[in-house]
Design a binder for this molecule. Structure first.
Ligand code: ADP
Ligand code: MG
Length: 221
């Protein structure tokens, strides 16, 4: 599903290159659930952003399914992202003045789906994550765990083959974190979605199929 070869990425900082990902080699099979660990600044978010086509890379290759993701223009990047990838963030990234249903439906708007169908599908997803009765709530009217459920529903609404989650339980207490992990495991098992999750928590990583460890932008195991 994901095939990375000799991938390098650096940022320009103060006119100098800062090498952030170095010669990465990574294969993730369809349906795998993989944890990405490593200390702060090791390049985990950068890697996830490259995988999610939110950010470009300098050299090497990245195949997502059959598609070589390289040097895409904005429009193609957005199209591939919308079609293949669902993203979940530590801080949820929900739109504050939109209801839960509207937040979940948003990717379908960009995919050109009509309003009635968007709302129907969004409500199905809210039901799936156990929030059938919270569709009219604004994010500020939801708990942290509920916000993350809404964000997961939004990530799933386009039926992506890959779900990328950057410390999705990092802002949650341990019980809520367990519930979010249960939900992601169910998405992995029932939908067969490929999932990559960045985490600091051994408890979270232990429940995935395997862990990729990053150190200074290199995969060390
Ligand atoms: P992690 O998620 O593992 O904590 P990041 O991928 O966020 O690490 O960052 C890796 C390195 O890249 C860090 O040294 C960080 O300072 C640097 N970095 C991240 N984003 C940028 C950016 N937009 N511009 C310059 N440097 C960045
Ligand atoms: Mg990070």
């Amino acid at each position: 599903m994901i095939r990375i070869r000799q991938l390098n990425k650096s940022y320009q900082v103060g006119g100098r290159p800062l090498h952030v990902l170095s010669d990465l080699h990574l294969d993730v099979e369809e349906g795998e659930f993989v944890a990405i660990m490593g200390s702060s600044g090791s390049g985990k978010s950068t890697l996830l952003n490259v995988l999610g086509i939110l950010d470009a890379y300098d050299s090497g290759t990245y195949h997502l399914g059959e598609t070589l993701v390289k040097d895409l223009n904005e429009a193609d990047a957005a199209r591939y992202r919308n079609r293949y990838v669902g993203f979940v963030f530590q801080s949820f990234h929900l739109l504050p003045f939109k209801s839960a249903t509207e937040n979940v439906a948003l990717p379908l708007y960009y995919a050109g789906v009509g309003r009635r169908q968007r709302t129907e599908r969004a409500n199905e997803l809210l039901e799936r994550v156990g929030l059938a009765d919270r569709g009219h709530h604004l994010p500020s009217q939801l708990s942290g765990g509920q916000k993350q459920r809404v964000a997961i529903a939004r990530a799933l609404v386009t039926r992506p083959r890959v779900v990328l989650a950057d410390e999705p339980t990092g802002a949650l207490d341990s019980t809520t974190s367990d519930e979010i992990m249960e939900l992601l495991l169910d998405v992995n098992h029932s939908d067969g979605a490929t999932i990559l999750i960045v985490t600091h928590e051994g408890e979270v990583a232990r429940r995935t199929d395997r862990t990729v460890l990053l150190h200074d932008g290199r995969i060390v195991s």
